[in-house]
Design a protein around this ligand. Structure first.
Ligand SMILES: [Zn+2]
Length: 603
């Protein structure tokens, strides 16, 4: 007797045997029982979740004649009548499965639709199952549309796709759509236990857990992997054997990685990679296993009782969960996932893995080590030549423990490059959205950011862009004022007057030189400020100066010129930051990352 692969042998023959898709089964069974049948169904979901299986059960339900040959449409196909048996064995003439991935042209669809005009040969209904329907060409879709709009009453369409986005809306709107879910590892594992018991094959629970995880939600893949594992293990399923077959990395390795990370022990981290390399274990497998463990840790941190108590890995995940703060767990998880995608770009997978692990270390909060502490991680970047003082890219990490602003400021105090302008939230803080009210720094300080990246030296507060109307006199006036400021000949209010004023007249050839200024502030228009400025100007120009100050808006004052220049440099600095490959890489890697508004300061 030939060996029938498990996936085929244990394909569910009826809705009752189908696991993991209860919501779809319930709806279809009700429709069948109440004879409220739709003429087209669309099943969506990833591979191996039961789309074809459900289609076959549906075809049997519609055509089953019952064990006694008297049955009608049913939610419980008998499995023994000719229709049921022929559909199961793929010989039922009125049930057609077409794979659109390999028959995507209009000819194949036309041939199928040509047959649709004929009544069923042996059954009650013709059922056309078109798998991967999104692969059909547009002309093929259009050819199908007419039949979908006015189908003969004996014809049922079952469309299946892994990618419903690519199915035209005209088709979608004519189908009753069901989304099949990927199956939970626990569901897959329970099913494997049942199948292997029937097959009388001994299996270690750890082996089944590994297979269930490796199947990634697909029962078909789980059964196929089980087949392979049975062959690999010569009839027995051991955890070690399955691990070897899958190339899976022993959890001990990734446990050591997390412990090394929690201890900020770079040497131990690198040693774990050396161990993997020595054993020839895959770096991608290590990151996958690491991500799996971090996911369990995150669940344990958020909902301590949510992990499966029967899973022998649970106590360890709970222990490790206490070593990292929740936001850091999230960050490390993200780095692991993205790092795995980058492995192929590395010179070799192990050096790629080292870099991913060191990145996790680099993004650790400075001096971190104690669990649950809220700290603002700051990583000093290499010095850059760009005219930029402080930048930060913040990745918002849910959920975050409470912290206070002083605590955060203290945490980054050792970073000499960073200075926080008074009254402003530090740049790694999550900035409020534009339509939100800006709260005071202390109350916004509840979310320490998971990533802060700071570069270069002191920050100065940047003014908002100010419009000014440049004039020739304004330029000369600004020059004179700069000279007086640099010489220290004006200070306090005299300096303020010079900075805030627009020069309206300045005849440097006349004697005395008449200098006409316009300034808004009344207190600057007379008295000591004017006298001091007049004296300073006289000294500077070497001739008598008479100052005449009038009231009015100063559109071209030295102050406005400075503000406009700051705005220009600010825009330039922001452009440099936005264009910076490292910043772009961080923004691409952390989808929630954004440059905190106002955190970029030009020199
Ligand atoms: Zn039947």
């Amino acid at each position: 007797m030939s060996y029938v692969v498990l996936a085929r042998k244990y394909r569910p023959p009826n809705f009752a045997a189908l696991v993991g898709q209860e919501h779809v089964v319930q709806a279809l069974a009700n429709a069948l029982t109440q004879q409220r049948l739709h003429h087209a169904y669309l099943f969506t979901g990833t591979r191996g979740v039961g789309k074809t299986t459900i289609s076959r059960i549906l075809a049997k339900s519609l055509n089953c004649t019952g064990a006694d040959g008297q049955g009608g449409i049913t939610a419980h196909p008998c499995g023994v009548c000719a229709a049921c048996r022929d559909i199961d064995s793929g010989r039922f003439i009125d049930y057609v499965e077409l794979d659109a991935a390999s028959n995507r042209g209009v000819d194949e669809i036309s041939q199928l639709l040509d047959q649709a005009v004929y009544k069923p040969v042996v059954g009650r209904f013709k059922v056309y199952m078109i798998d991967e329907v999104h692969m059909l060409s547009n002309t093929a879709f259009n050819a199908m549309l007419k039949t979908l709009e006015e189908p003969p009453e004996y014809l049922k369409f079952v469309l299946a796709t892994t990618d419903p986005q690519k199915v035209p809306p005209t088709v979608l709107s004519r189908c009753l759509q069901f989304n099949l879910r990927p199956m939970a590892p626990q569901t897959v594992q329970e099913h494997l236990v049942g199948v292997l018991a029937q097959e009388q094959i001994a299996a270690e629970p750890g082996a089944l857990r590994l297979l269930a995880r490796a199947a990634r939600g697909s029962m078909r893949d789980a059964l196929s992997l089980a087949d392979q594992a049975i062959a690999f293990g010569a009839g027995a399923l051991t955890e070690a054997g399955v691990r070897e077959m899958l190339g899976a990395v022993d959890r001990g390795h990734v446990v050591r990685m997390i412990e090394a990370l929690a201890a900020s022990d770079g040497a131990a981290l690198v040693a774990t990679v050396d161990a993997l390399r020595g054993l020839g274990l895959s770096a991608a497998g290590a990151l996958e296993e690491l991500a799996g463990l971090l996911q369990q840790m995150a669940v344990s941190q958020a909902v301590p009782d949510a992990l499966d108590a029967n899973d022998p890995d649970t106590p360890q995940a709970a222990r490790l969960a206490a070593l990292l703060a929740p936001d850091e767990t999230q960050l490390v998880y993200s780095i692991a996932l993205h790092g795995r995608a980058e492995l192929g770009l590395a010179p070799d997978e192990y050096s790629g893995l080292v870099m991913v692990l060191l990145r996790m270390l680099a993004f650790r909060p400075q001096g971190a080590g104690a669990p649950g502490r809220a700290a603002a991680p700051a990583v000093a970047a290499p010095p850059r030549r760009a005219p930029v003082a402080v930048t930060s890219v913040a990745a918002k990490a849910p959920p975050t423990p409470p912290a206070t602003a002083p605590a955060i400021a203290a945490a980054v105090a050792p970073t000499p490059a960073l200075r926080i302008p008074a009254g402003e939230p530090p740049p790694w803080m999550d900035a409020p959205f534009e339509d939100e009210v800006v709260a005071p720094a202390v109350s916004t300080a509840r979310e320490p950011e998971a990533v802060a990246y700071a570069a270069a030296s002191a920050a100065s507060t940047a003014a908002a862009p100010v419009a000014f109307v440049p004039t020739a006199l304004g330029a000369r006036w600004a020059e004179l004022v700069r000279e007086m400021v640099e010489a220290g000949s004006i200070s306090a209010f005299a300096r303020e007057l010079a900075m805030q004023a627009q020069c309206l007249a300045l005849d440097e050839q006349a004697t005395p030189i008449v200098c006409g200024l316009r300034v808004e502030r009344e207190t600057l228009r007379a008295g000591a400020p004017c006298e001091k400025l007049q004296a300073a100007l006289t000294a500077l120009l070497g001739r008598a100066v008479r100052l005449e100050v009038q009231a009015g808006v100063a559109e071209d004052s030295p102050a406005r010129r400075d503000a406009a220049e700051r705005a220009r440099r600010q825009a330039q600095a922001e452009q440099i930051i936005h264009d910076d490959p490292l910043v772009q890489a961080l923004m691409a890697q952390y989808k929630t990352a954004r440059i905190v508004p106002g955190s970029i300061k030009p020199h």
